[in-house]
Design a protein around this ligand. Structure first.
Ligand SMILES: Cc1ncc(COP(=O)(O)O)c(C=O)c1O
Length: 501
């Protein structure tokens, strides 16, 4: 695997170009001990080898990917200046870049007017949205699905707002009956709609929430930290596409350019539909806002110092990859979903094959069928067809599982056995350079999809975020390693293997 370094020389070229703007100043150059710098940098490079290979398509676990070269270069270039986008005093041009970049995102969501800015990440952006919600509806409750990001309840606690969870249905999306029951109880100020849950990438139905808003009146905040950019995709199921098309009807929305938007960490974004909420931010900073009567971003942001480099990187990325349907950025987002769908289809067909008698296994290699007889074949539970590009799947324990050996009778596998096997596959796959993630989900969400004995109220499954468009070319390889890892994990967990120890 190679890191992209072909573009590195452009950094020096751009630094030199930027320098031309400051040639009239008297000579001054910061001192630097290059030998010491080199020693520390090489030490650091060695330390950084101790990372999972996030940049490689075989890292198919958490929602992690390195920034695009354009974002990395633009960020580094701006660090020579290190502007602070709190005020125009500290981040003169990068404040303009931020306003332009944020306006592009607002246009992507179809907001006719907006107020918004970048933030440290999705959590800070959601905090601002809920702070505004709480300021406008003091004493009222924030409601979100049990599958919403865990920080919503914590943010509400920080803000001193009451928070209530409603159940998710067996689709992974917010259960609308449960939501309406909570609304009938009363005092709900804001409903958080998640467009792409962290565990399963499920997209709550905004259409249904909007219908309920007509009846019960509340604010709607859309947490699209993960899934926001899927608004540009042309390959979503109609119900999911409908939610995206309706985001412009929400009061606020959060998106994380540092997830699907090619940015380094430290780049979230919050948008409000009504610019008048800016009045809530009013404060008197005695130190800043002297250079211009124009809007200083610190006047509409809870955070004080914010990196101008982040704005520069996002702006530059949007120049290279405009946020438009059918463009390269949108095509890449579509590839991510296609990767998840391909993996889903492949595992499904393997699992259907697996439930047929051995004679149907013509397409399998001899060694595969031999392994099947030892460990009971390789099949997967696939509880949810992905709404976006996150897939959950769990290996089915084979006929030799402990419970079946104990009783000598073929019986339903247990949720605890599925969980143990998922964890073992996670480790075996990592040893083969395939990096997956795990998710623990409640039985209420999965029981209709998984024929298991629920000896515990949750199950741990495997989870892959296909956040890099390059995954699409690696699905066959990923499945191949997954099957090997699953066979190995089953052998390791089989009672015969335990006896042999
Ligand atoms: C749906 C959702 N909301 C909020 C967050 C929090 O964002 P951040 O990690 O940028 O603070 C995440 C992070 O995974 C997320 O998936």
């Amino acid at each position: 695997m190679l890191f992209e370094t072909k573009s590195l020389h452009l950094l020096e070229e751009a630094v030199n170009k930027m320098q031309e703007g400051f040639v009239d100043l008297p000579d001054f150059e910061a001192e630097i001990d290059v030998d010491k710098l080199r020693a520390v940098m090489l030490d650091l490079a060695e330390r950084l080898q101790n990372n999972y290979p996030y940049q490689h398509p075989l890292y198919a676990g958490q929602m992690l990917k390195p920034p695009h070269s354009i974002a990395r270069l633009a960020y580094m270039l701006t660090l020579w200046v290190n502007p602070n986008n709190h005020a125009l005093d500290g981040g003169k041009e990068t404040s303009n870049l931020e306003k332009e970049a944020v306006a592009n995102i607002a246009a992507m969501f179809g907001f006719k007017q907006h107020l918004g800015h970048l933030s440290a990440g999705g959590t800070m952006a959601n905090l601002e949205a809920l702070w505004v919600a709480g300021s406008l509806h003091p004493g009222k409750i924030i409601v979100a699905s049990e599958q919403a990001h865990y920080t919503h309840s914590r943010i509400s606690a920080v803000l001193g707002l009451e928070f209530a969870k409603v159940a998710a249905s067996n689709t992974g999306r917010m259960d609308m009956t449960a939501l309406e029951e909570r609304l009938i109880e009363g005092n709900v100020g804001t409903v958080v709609v998640t467009a792409g849950t962290t565990s399963t990438g499920s997209v709550d139905s905004l259409k249904d929430v909007l219908k309920l808003r007509e009846k019960y009146q509340f604010r709607i905040h859309v947490d699209a930290a993960y899934g926001g950019y899927f608004i540009l995709a042309n390959n979503l199921d109609p119900a999911v596409a409908e939610t995206y098309a309706l985001i412009k009807e929400a009061d606020s929305v959060v998106i994380d350019p540092h997830k699907h938007g090619y940015q380094p960490y430290g780049c979230g974004c919050v948008l409000f539909k009504d610019p008048a909420v800016g009045a809530l931010y009013k404060h008197d900073s005695p130190y800043t806002y002297f250079s211009s009567a124009e809007l200083h971003l610190g006047e509409i942001s809870l955070e004080c110092s914010r990196p101008g480099a982040s704005a520069a990187a996002l702006w530059a990325t949007q120049q290279m990859f405009p946020l438009e349907r059918g463009g390269q950025f949108a095509t890449n987002i579509e590839k991510c979903r296609n990767a998840a769908l391909q993996m889903y289809d492949k595992l499904k067909s393997i699992s259907q094959c697996d439930s047929k008698p051995d004679s149907d296994f013509d397409s399998r290699s001899k060694s595969e069928s031999k392994t099947k007889s030892k460990i009971g074949g390789v099949g997967f539970f696939l509880p949810l067809k992905p709404d976006l590009d996150i897939l959950i799947y769990a290996p089915k324990p084979g006929a030799n599982s402990q419970a079946q050996v104990d009783t000598g009778v073929s019986q339903m596998v247990k949720a605890s056995e599925v969980s143990a096997l998922s964890r073992r596959v996670f480790n075996c796959a990592a040893a083969k350079d395939l990096h997956l993630a795990l998710a623990t989900l409640p039985s209420s969400l999965l029981e209709e999809h998984m024929q298991v004995e629920w000896d515990q109220d949750s199950v741990t499954v495997l989870r892959s975020c296909f956040i890099k468009h390059e995954h699409i070319d690696w699905i066959d390889r990923i499945v191949e390693i997954l099957l090997q890892a699953t066979e190995q994990a089953k052998l390791e967990l089989s009672p015969t293997a335990a006896e042999a120890k």
